[in-house]
Ligand binder design. Sequence first.
Ligand SMILES: *[C@@H]1O[C@H](CO)[C@@H](O)[C@H](O)[C@H]1NC(C)=O
Ligand SMILES: *[C@@H]1O[C@H](CO)[C@@H](O)[C@H](O)[C@H]1NC(C)=O
Length: 361
Amino acid sequence: MGCLNLVTVMTLFMSCRVHRASSWSVNNFLMTGPKAFLTYASSVQLGARGGMQECKLQFAWEKWNCPENTLQLSTHNGIRRATRETSFVHAISAAGVMYTLTKNCSMGDLDNCGCDDSRIGQTGGRGWIWGGCSDNVAFGEKISKQFVDALEGGHDSRAAVNLHNNEAGRLAIKATMRRACKCHGVSGSCSIQTCWMQLAEFREVGNYLKMKYNHAKKLDLDKKPARAGNSADNRGGIANSFRGIARTELIYLEDSPDYCVKNQSLEFQGTEGRECLKGDKSTSLQRERKSCRRLCHECGLRVVAKRIEVVSSCNCKFHWCCTVKCDKCRQTVTKYYCVRKKSGRKTHTIKIRRRERARRT
Ligand SMILES: *[C@@H]1O[C@H](CO)[C@@H](O)[C@H](O)[C@H]1NC(C)=O
Ligand SMILES: *[C@@H]1O[C@H](CO)[C@@H](O)[C@H](O)[C@H]1NC(C)=O
């Protein structure tokens, strides 16, 4: 079958190389009908990409800073992982797809779906009734399941974990939804309101899932935990391990690899060369303020400052009517980067000691 153009969305999840290796999951897709598939494919792709953009942003100042593509979701080189990080990737991708499709639905982009009008006219609470356009999350959820969950073709514990995390991502969309209302009544008296449920900003979904990532739970498979991923266990077989874990929580099976070091097989670049922030305490977030320590020092690297000239717009003036004219200003700013230390041996011991300390804390 080679690299199908038809299956554009697959290219997002897998390179062609990988794609071929798992062409069985492509076949699964096509069985549901190429026409239905194509109707939503581009929106699915946009949604998954939006999810990954949010991932990049959420992890901008972390050692692991989100893959360029979502190779880690796939069966690349036969290595499938279920780490804390892949749990986030699964959740945010599934959420991104659900989010975009739900929005598409509310915007009237798609023929066969519209706002969720199931409760219109019903009383919602004291002084308000359901009205307006509630975002149709059920639709987005269904499409996200059909597309994203279908990528998980295996029947082992990793597949089960990945599917759980996809679901947790979709639940994050629901958990962050808000009720919005509009007042009615004589001269704005607001004696009656109509309300509808609307999606939060996707940033909020990202924040929510980042918090779930911080509290992700490692699943203890009673026996053979290391090999479980590639065994022939069926999904039902590990159901017991899932008991007591809420569907909203992210779960993983394997400890994260050392994200300080470059690892070709994981397509991870390591932190050498990364920029970190040495901000003014008042203006930056705590995660950002500590980024040099996290990315450089904890990885046995040192921080170098580089003076860099940036050109930006400045002295902008508004001219009647209606243009804005700006000057180009050159400004030298200091940026910080992680670089390797000069001597070899000594830094290695420091590195190990530091990491042990980090592990203890
Ligand atoms: C779905 O929404 C995205 C933006 O949110 C838009 O770019 C895309 O074109 C929409 N899909 C369709 C089928 O209109
Ligand atoms: C890369 O990651 C794999 C899988 O975790 C591991 O087995 C291997 O030792 C790592 N390689 C390096 C150079 O760290």
